[in-house]
Design a protein around this ligand. Structure first.
Ligand code: SF4
Ligand code: SF4
Length: 442
């Protein structure tokens, strides 16, 4: 009987500990609803479990059954149950032209050569693009969340990034230094972390993720992009949780801008270092100068999985990240794509799609998009909303259940999601219960 009582007490203490951690973590995250629900569960469980034990002298059979139920539920949550689906990437046969991307198209102002040339070839885009161009520019007066002081701060950060746009590439040292792939891979990863990256991975660069033609930036518009580098060094920078929570308001844009600047500084420094060793390297930075599509490249580098909203989801920081990359020919050891349950979770969750103000995120099943089975995003609807809001929105990033901070209790849930199909279903329901399904932008 003593052993049963001991097991009963320790099982109860473990559950109480978990609920207390959830309540404390929710207070830290300023999630009042989750904190109240966790506290209520804590009180009810403690009263029920220990109350019966102390005041009703429970029979051994009741204690054994209670212990068995708790541990069975824990096993169902953490045991490797069910197969995890992963993104199916077939043969990708065409490249994306950067001139067709939303950010390039919004720059083709009426009366300019780009406007004339582009819409002569793509008249189907003219109406929606003209309509978007009538709206206030991002960070300008007229946007719903405009704030003069923060807007100026963000603009000054982007102007610093723009000044780096001509530093992304340069001369390669003709005295090429021999390097050993394993050692230089570890060295570059460490260097990036010291410079401020939170996770780094290497991908063999899929040429189909290189844009076909220049659409933005200081290089000649419409010129073919000749990047034939073998590898991409991709990295993740975590965005501040509290600032992301302010989305779609301007502090979230400030956080994006600061991280774009950090990503630009890291990638320009590392590309310069590699060229000094005698190998070609190019940094891919925000606000004009990407040659590659970062999310699929970062996925190939093993930094995360692509979510329903089209962002990369990192196993540690969820959607709350910014990406950066350097492409190069220095010999490196590439990583592999990882899977931790995002695909199945997104099938059931849909929280980003439900909360996207212009309904730009697909609510149905994934489809074949240029060879990869994923959820198509209506980028023009998204951009239209950005111009209405005057910010880069970020609501889908904020509401994503993977974006909770990496506290012990959230990490335990992530562990369950990675392993068990049951955890993937229960966690969708649990996230809605604790944090709410709908988030109305303030
Ligand atoms: S950023 Fe906003 S508008 Fe764009 S997809 Fe996400 S939630 Fe929708
Ligand atoms: S909010 Fe849900 S559906 Fe959307 S990306 Fe995140 S996990 Fe996937």
């Amino acid at each position: 009987m003593f052993v049963v009582e001991l097991l009963f007490m320790s099982t109860g203490a473990a559950v109480v500990g978990l609920l207390a951690m959830l309540a404390i973590s929710s207070v830290g995250e300023k999630k009042l609803r989750a904190a109240l629900i966790a506290t209520a569960m804590l009180i009810v469980f403690t009263a029920g479990w220990f109350g019966f034990f102390f005041f009703k002298s429970l029979p051994a059979i009741s204690m054994v059954s209670s212990i068995a139920i708790v541990w069975l539920l824990a096993a169902l949550f953490f045991a490797p149950l069910g197969k995890r689906r992963v993104l199916q990437v077939g043969e990708i046969t065409s490249k994306v032209d950067e001139r067709d991307t939303a950010f390039a198209r919004e720059e083709y102002l009426p009366g300019t050569d780009k406007h004339t040339q582009y819409y002569a070839v793509h008249p189907e885009h003219k109406d929606i693009d003209d309509k978007i161009r009538t709206l206030p520019l991002l960070l300008e007066e007229g946007g719903r969340y405009y704030d003069a002081a923060v807007s100026e701060e963000v603009k000054s950060i982007f102007s610093k990034i723009r000044m780096m746009a001509t530093q992304v590439d340069g001369d390669v040292n003709p005295a090429c230094k021999p390097v050993e792939a394993e050692a230089i891979t570890a060295h570059i990863k460490r260097m990036m972390v010291i410079l401020g990256a939170d996770d780094v991975g290497i991908a063999r660069l899929n040429p189909m993720f290189v844009y076909s033609h220049v659409g933005r930036g200081p290089e000649k518009w419409g010129q073919p992009i000749e990047n034939k580098h073998k590898f991409a060094i991709a990295f993740v920078i975590e965005m501040d949780y509290d600032r992301v929570e302010t989305a779609p308001r301007l502090p979230a844009v400030l956080e994006s801008a600061e991280n774009y600047l950090k990503a630009a500084q890291i990638s320009v420094s590392v590309a310069r270092y590699i060229r000094a060793l005698g190998y070609p390297a190019r940094a891919h930075i925000s606000d004009s100068n990407y040659q590659i599509m970062l999310p699929p490249v970062a996925r190939d580098a093993g930094l995360g999985e692509l979510g329903r909203h089209g962002y990369l989801i990192s196993p540690r920081f969820g959607s709350r990240i910014r990406l950066g990359a350097v492409t190069t020919d220095i010999p490196l050891i590439p990583g592999r794509p990882i899977s931790f349950g995002v695909r199945d979770f997104c099938d059931k969750c849909l929280k980003c799609a439900v909360n996207c103000p212009p309904s730009a995120i697909e609510k149905g099943t994934s489809t074949n998009v240029r060879g990869a089975h994923k959820w198509p995003l209506d980028v023009m609807k998204c951009l239209h909303y950005w111009r209405v809001a005057g910010t880069d929105c970020g609501l889908c990033m904020k509401v994503c259940p993977f974006s909770h901070p990496p506290t012990l209790v959230h990490n335990l849930v992530r562990m369950g999601i990675k392993r068990s199909a049951i955890a993937r279903s229960v966690s969708v329901w649990g996230d809605d219960l604790l944090y709410g399904r709908r988030h109305i932008p303030g």
